[in-house]
Design a protein around this ligand. Structure first.
Ligand SMILES: [Mg+2]
Length: 262
């Protein structure tokens, strides 16, 4: 019997160039060539809306067997939502509110070259904190990024939060240009693996697989076969290699059957 395999892809930097939509050529390859051989699934750190925007027009849930947003805290199988964990359930309303109040107070005392709106984005399983505010323009975003590189606003903020709330069991990760994510420990991308059942092999493809990167834990996990990629083109090349290998194995198996029967 040939193995049942699923290919699970990180989105940003793996299926798409950073912050860009998937190229039509790559999407065609995934849906017409790869999907013929394996089930396919996606896992992104960002929210579902953003993943949907990046992965082209049409119904995302028809294209991918599993869709995971927010590292798998939001999960869909065949288009059906699986139970999700909300951060208020994990932390408890009381602790969560102390945490949010502290953040708002800290931001209120920060003096930056400029500030815009939406300092805390409340997602399902995580919070996204932006000292400058998520409503800033593309140009302001870049200006803040430069300012932050020089003054380490986000890094210092995280240090303060870690010191103030050592017992909440939270992980912090700086991503993008203007914000950082806060989520419960263990809610990295490995969280999504609990939903994937019934496969002999889970092949994971990601671009941030080094320690500290957001693909590190799932790439290293015993439950996956990890593929480190550098860009969408590399993902495509590695998929072609995998397809060739699987086909060769299948042919060998078929040749073996009569021999085993003798
Ligand atoms: Mg990535």
């Amino acid at each position: 019997m040939s193995k049942k395999i699923i290919c699970l892809f990180d989105v940003d930097g793996t299926l798409t160039e950073p912050q860009q939509p998937i190229s039509p050529r790559f999407e065609k390859f995934l849906l017409e060539t790869v999907k013929k051989e394996f089930d396919i699934a996606v896992i992104g750190g960002s929210d579902l809306n953003k993943i949907q925007k990046q992965l082209g027009s049409g119904n995302l849930f028809e294209k991918y067997k599993y869709v995971f947003a927010e590292n798998g805290l939001i999960a869909f199988k065949n288009g059906k939502a699986l139970p999700s964990q909300m951060i208020q359930d994990i932390l408890g309303e009381d602790s969560l509110q102390d945490f949010i109040n502290f953040i708002l107070r800290y931001i209120s005392e920060l003096k930056l070259p400029f500030k815009r709106g939406t300092f805390i984005e409340f997602r399902t399983g995580m919070l996204n904190i932006s000292p400058v505010g998520r409503n800033c323009s593309k140009k302001e975003r870049e200006q803040f990024y430069e300012y932050d590189n020089e003054h380490h606003i986000r890094e210092k903020f995280i240090q303060v939060l870690k010191k103030e709330f050592p017992d909440l069991g939270l992980t912090y990760s700086i991503g993008g240009q203007i914000s950082f994510d806060v989520y419960p420990i263990g809610c990295d991308k490995t969280y999504c693996l609990r939903h994937i059942q019934g496969y002999d092999e889970i092949h994971f493809f990601g671009d941030k697989t080094a320690e500290g990167g957001n693909d590190y834990e799932i790439y290293e996990s015993d439950l996956t076969i990890g593929h480190r990629v550098t860009c969408p083109k590399d993902t495509m090349n590695q998929l072609n290699v995998l397809i060739t290998l699987i086909k060769e194995n299948r042919e060998k198996e078929q040749l073996n059957i009569p021999l085993q029967c003798v």
